[in-house]
Design a protein around this ligand. Structure first.
Ligand SMILES: Cc1ncc(COP(=O)(O)O)c(C=O)c1O
Length: 371
């Protein structure tokens, strides 16, 4: 039996006609760059997220970089990011010339630990980037409170959490990406909302930031050949936007499927010695971009499952502060014990929309064989 870590074929089979029709329409119109579908997708995605504005960009990494640039983050500034995330969160900070300052994550949520945040703030700190890792909302009430106290901008890295939400102090549930100053999304194909290639989006409630982002992603253009800032070529393709419009209509259904499948895993894995199932906070919606368990014998478990044809992967085996790319920042092993421990213990199991209960049972059965 082969069970893939992610099977995108299932969702694409169901949407194939829509996708092809959308591509044909774009070809017929010829509006490949910043065409009609980009505008419409931006409106629809902003509405979905509960944000006033959305700007489609070329990737999640570009979204983070442009967001930081729009806020004026530059050389000499510091930006706080969790040590346990995909490296792109930190890379985007580095592209601006600013320094990523790492903070350890919470043992349970795997997200930026708000109780360690204040200690990392210096007079140079301009922003913090909480990451909603694996689809679990970061602890936004505390992060927003601390950011407010120190006048820091908050950029949410929502690359893994399209449709996740969290109860905020106003008593309402807010979608991830609509809580901070700016939300950044990736549409990398395997994301909860994925394009057929690279893509990303930025959400904000600020008209000023929106206007600036529109220019930054498009050569700093104010009009066709009038450039008012040093901008970039970082636009979302019309072809991808058209496809994303169809996929967005399915996102709730797909997220619900992920949540349902996570429930199957939780139940079947409960009580197995040596396996820790993911924690989901109350008052928030975890959308399970990734279903990761913890195991002390992770590598052995991973090897066994792989040999049995079960797709598993480690998100992420090296915490960002220990990556060679960042050796110049002077961090060392032991600086962020929770991130380091997680990188040794987590293992992501197969999870995607339309995975079946019997596939989940098969994965768990195979885990039981080795445990
Ligand atoms: C947490 C996180 N941030 C940023 C990114 C970067 O997104 P992209 O691959 O679209 O550049 C990703 C995914 O790749 C991610 O998982």
């Amino acid at each position: 039996v082969k069970i893939a870590l992610v099977d995108l074929g299932l969702q694409h089979k169901k949407l194939k006609k829509d996708i092809l029709r959308s591509v044909e329409k774009v070809i017929a119109r010829g509006d490949f760059i910043l065409g009609e579908d980009v505008k419409l997708f931006e409106q629809e995605f902003a509405k979905f997220c509960g944000s006033d504005y959305c700007v489609g960009v070329s990737s999640g990494t570009a979204a983070l970089f442009l967001a930081l640039s729009a806020l004026g983050i530059k050389d000499g500034d510091e930006v706080i990011v969790p040590a346990f995330t995909y490296i792109a969160t930190a890379l985007a900070v580095s592209y601006t010339g600013a320094r990523p300052v790492f903070v350890d994550v919470d043992e349970k949520t795997y997200n930026l630990n708000p109780s360690l945040l204040e200690k990392a703030i210096t007079p140079k700190t301009k922003a913090v980037i909480p990451v909603h890792l694996y689809g679990q909302p970061a602890c936004m009430p505390q992060i927003m409170r601390i950011a407010g106290k120190y006048n820091l901008k908050v950029i949410e890295d929502t690359a893994q959490a399209h449709g996740a939400n969290m109860l905020m102090p106003d008593g309402k549930k807010h979608l991830c990406g609509s809580i901070g100053d700016i939300g950044c999304f990736s549409f990398y194909p395997s994301k909860n909302l994925g394009a057929l290639g690279d893509g990303g989006a930025i959400t904000t409630n600020s008209k000023q930031i929106y206007d600036k982002l529109n220019m930054l992603r498009d050569y700093g253009r104010a009009s066709k050949y009038e450039h008012v800032m040093v901008g970039y070529n970082s636009r979302l393709d019309t072809l991808q936007a058209g496809i994303l419009r169809y996929k967005l209509r399915k996102l709730q259904e797909w997220n619900n499927w992920r949540i349902k499948a996570a429930g199957w895993y939780n139940k079947l894995l409960s009580g197995i010695d040596g396996i820790t199932t993911p924690f989901a906070q109350e008052n928030s919606r975890h959308v399970y971009h990734v279903y990761a368990v913890q195991s002390h014998s992770r590598d052995k478990l991973s090897k066994y499952l792989s040999e049995k044809g079960i797709g598993v992967i480690v998100h992420y085996p090296i915490p960002v502060h220990l990556q060679k790319a960042y050796e110049g920042l002077g961090y060392k092993k032991g600086d962020f014990p929770v991130s380091e421990k997680l990188s040794e213990r987590v293992l992501s199991l197969p999870l995607y929309p339309y995975i079946t209960q019997s596939q989940v049972k098969k994965v768990v059965g195979t885990i039981k064989e080795v445990i």
